[in-house]
Design a binder for this molecule. Sequence first.
Ligand code: RFL
Length: 385
Amino acid sequence: MIVLGAGPAGLVSANILNDAGVECVVLERAGREHVRTRARAGYLAPNTVRILERHGLAEGLRRRGRTHGVCEFRTETTRFRLEYEGLGAQEPHTVYPQQDLVADLLTRYVERGGRIVFGVEAQAVLDADGSRPEVLAHDPDGAPVRWSARYVAGCDGRHGAARRSIPPGAVRRHRVDHGVSWLGLLAEAPPSLDAVGYAVHARGFAGHMARSADVTRYYLQCERGTGPDAWSEEQLWRELSVRLGADRFGPLHRGPIVQRAVVDLESDVLEPLRYGSLLLAGDAASLISPSAAKGANLAVLEAELLAEALIADLVHGDPEPLDRYSHRCLERIWRAQEFSGWMVRLLHGTGGADGFGNALRRSRLESLRTSRSHQDWFAENYVGV
Ligand code: RFL
């Protein structure tokens, strides 16, 4: 078994497969340190935590993760809080930085004898429609190498080799560009509020998400095409303060901004998630806008389904779960996509000429503020995958 990519999808699959005695190797383009320290997601859904617990992968997050169950919506004039932990399914998130989860998964996999090679960039999966696919790769010295196995798990993200190796027309790619861009910032600063903050402002969206006691992620909606360094730190803090209403609702805790990246909000879904012996999971299978923090959660969910289906086939000779793998994932993926798209429209007022789109956005927010059934629906979807 070959697993491409050592992100959440690849490492969850590899751990489950390795524990079941399936011989597997993970091929990872980046170096070990880069993989262990790459800051991205932070909000884990209750179902994600349950999956990790089921497979003995939750020790670190149980010790260091914090539960979180409140979000706060702000506009130019007002704010309201939703204690979603007490609404809908009555469950909180667990805040645990993705890089810590990845580091835990990696340590455990290697401690249990799992095989991983860093610095190997897959170029293509050959003969994916046959029963002995080959991965064509470059080893850390740049020399070409080939690996072959019964199956290849494509967990190498949206720009990986797995997606590229599927011939045009063999799977459908559904895609939407939400027409909005965010500048994602990581600040070495304590959180400024005790909630996930969503500011819906005429100047654009701003978001606040705690990562740890001294690291906070912020998002600023920006013009499409803006470079990550277009604004100075002072300009960024000023803009965040304006949009988050710091003068009325309390100042932001400032600190050095240690990471910046522009994300164009787009989503896609590949259908089916299988091409012969090549199976896709995580961002390789479906890219989801970060508006509802579902990406890492879907990656873990799909990784479990994939690993269990592979074990059924390779260990027990039962190919049926693998045949159903794509269908089972797609149901969850489309539900998460629907909610993420709704969040995009809630936060940006897209979907109409200026005044119309903004009026719809205000109306959506007002409904969320006042309707208990809307709040329950929100809470259930917000923590659900
Ligand atoms: P990953 O984590 O991108 O891992 C893919 C791995 O594959 C390697 N790779 C290759 N290896 C070999 N050969 C090749 N040709 C390769 N090409 C790539 C890469 O080096 C990497 O190690 O994909 P995976 O496992 O599918 O996991 C997906 C999640 O990482 C992603 O969905 C989330 O980070 C999205 N996301 C969030 N999701 C959440 O659930 N909650 C959040 O709060 C959240 N915040 C975020 C996010 C994504 C962000 N970025 C990336 C824009 C915040 C940000 C800023």
